[in-house]
Design a protein around this ligand. Structure first.
Ligand code: GAP
Length: 490
């Protein structure tokens, strides 16, 4: 994880929030490349789950909602984590997560020597298990008390109880309270889904592990509404749709290059299910911190719509024309984190390779996700024709794809820099491209394209560049395109 954090800072992906003031514990800022990467992930998710499907629509609800929403949803009463404090060092922990971290132990069997014992294991010298604070190894922990994770704030200028509201801890509720608005305005028929991307806030007791768990984060959520009276092949429609969504979401990460062996499905145990859920599975990723939740796919039944109908007094039903009756739809909810997806895509793309005795770091991002698609590089920055041609090329390509120009180092160095931020293609303008006007030698008006993963190079006419990138950054494979052009010298 430290390698990723350092790369992210050095190359402008992610910075600690308010760093010049010492930073905040659990918030991060996306730099120039990070914001492109995150936008690309959100764009791919939106396109695949909304634009390409006939049964989905989008929504952008506000973060501040009526406080009753959180009473109805159960968040005011149930959205809590058990918290314990160390009586000596005052550090706070989630009671249910204390065993998941390594612990400091002053071992009586070794004259009180200090050891760091791996998470969940006993001391190998005295065989004792952790009972004290894992951080200081000395203080007793308090008995657990429930801590509500919602951020409280005030609507309007007066800080009084009547003005209390909350920053939303999930985007989902904005969809439920708009169910009837969307249904009526879009004349939808079940089954259909409403999707939303937006910020959510949770006052996590122990945020950490970089952007894995933060107090402010973005969610990409779908609420897919299903007729509870319907069956598919003799099975309740909600159960079948739940399986379809698990499959679809599991495939989505792989479609953008995540390796299959780093993904798995984990079924929630009965005692682990949220108060609203009939069944939940987590799509887990093998993060640098170990296997952890990347996305949850829950069957929330009719819980939310019924609760909001009861608390608001408004009917939130669907009229089943065939059966001539009102039904409260069941909801399947694939809920992903945009930041957590970014961390997983980043970790999966990261490779250290040996190239002709040199170490190269490369981010093998899928081209749709790569923050920069093309880098235009002049071989010699002292030759004005080369520099002008490269600038012109950048300007032309930038109309269609994120394209950068860089002349701040020798070409080998420039390639390594682009590898390190995952740019799939570099275009190099050289002496041959522009020729030598002083000697009356015309250029060949060709440039070199270098592919990031294979590091192969081909020589192509500038006039064909646009068409070539339409293919390469569309569905075309490098090998197919490269076959039509002569190789360039490395
Ligand atoms: N509406 C259901 C819901 O919010 P969740 O499992 O609590 O379910 C869904 O959250 C996803 O949101 C998680 O799988 C994770 O990707 C992301 N997420 C949740 N809490 C987070 C946090 N504190 N920091 C970053 N991402 C978080």
């Amino acid at each position: 994880m430290d390698v990723l954090v350092s790369l992210c800072k050095r190359r402008g992906f992610i910075f600690q929030s308010s760093e010049i003031y010492g930073g905040t514990g659990a918030a991060w800022d996306y730099g120039p490349l990070g914001v492109e990467l995150k936008n690309n992930i959100k764009r791919a998710w939106w396109r695949d789950n909304i634009h390409l499907r006939p049964d989905m629509v989008g929504l952008d609800a506000s973060i501040l909602m009526h406080p009753q929403v959180w009473k109805a949803s159960g968040h005011l009463d149930h959205f809590t984590d058990p918290m314990v404090d160390c009586k000596a060092c005052q550090h706070r922990f989630r009671a249910d997560k204390v065993e998941e971290q390594s612990w400091i132990h002053y071992c009586p069997a070794t004259k009180g020597n200090k050891f760091e014992v791996p998470a969940g294991e006993p001391c190998k010298h005295c065989n004792v298990r952790r009972s004290l604070c894992p951080d200081c190894g000395k203080g007793e922990l308090t008995t657990p008390r429930q801590f509500n994770l919602m951020f409280k704030t005030f609507m309007g200028p007066v800080e009084e109880d009547a003005a209390v509201t909350y920053l939303r801890p999930e985007t989902a509720q904005g969809i439920f309270v708009n169910f009837d608005n969307v249904l009526q305005s879009m004349r939808l028929k079940l089954p259909f889904g409403i999707a939303q991307i937006g910020k959510a806030f949770r006052n996590e007791i122990t945020p950490g592990n970089f952007i894995f768990r933060t107090r402010e984060f973005e969610q990409m959520e779908i609420e897919f509404f299903v007729n509870p009276l319907e069956t598919i092949d003799g099975r309740p429609a909600d159960e079948v749709w739940h399986e379809r969504w698990i499959e679809s979401r599991f495939a989505w990460y792989q479609r953008y290059g995540m390796r299959r062996e780093n993904l798995r499905i984990r079924e929630h145990e009965k005692d682990e299910l949220a108060h609203y859920a009939k069944r939940t599975v987590d799509i887990e990723y093998q993060f640098p911190i170990g296997w952890s939740e990347l996305e949850g796919v829950a069957n929330r039944t009719d819980f939310d719509l019924k609760q909001h109908a009861q608390f608001s007094g408004k009917s939130l039903t669907y009229f089943d024309e065939d059966r001539k009756q009102h039904v409260v739809p069941y909801v399947i909810e694939p809920s992903a984190g945009a930041d957590r997806s970014l961390l997983a895509f980043l970790a999966d793309a990261y490779r250290e390779e040996e190239v002709r005795g040199d170490r190269r770091v490369v981010l093998r991002f899928h081209p749709d996700l790569a923050p920069v698609k093309i880098a235009v590089l002049p071989l010699l920055k002292k030759r004005p024709e080369i520099v002008t041609t490269a600038h012109d090329l950048r300007a032309t390509l930038a109309r269609r794809w994120v394209t950068v120009y860089d002349d701040t180092a020798a070409i080998g160095r420039l390639y390594r820099r682009q590898d390190e931020v995952g740019t799939p293609y570099c275009v190099t303008v050289d002496v041959q491209t522009v020729g030598d006007s002083a000697k009356g030698e015309p250029g060949d008006r060709c440039v070199t394209i270098r592919e990031r993963d294979s590091m192969e190079q081909i020589r192509v006419p500038i006039a064909e560049l646009q068409g070539i990138f339409e293919r390469l950054l569309g569905d075309g494979a490098w090998a197919d395109v490269a076959r039509s052009y002569p190789p360039a010298r490395g």
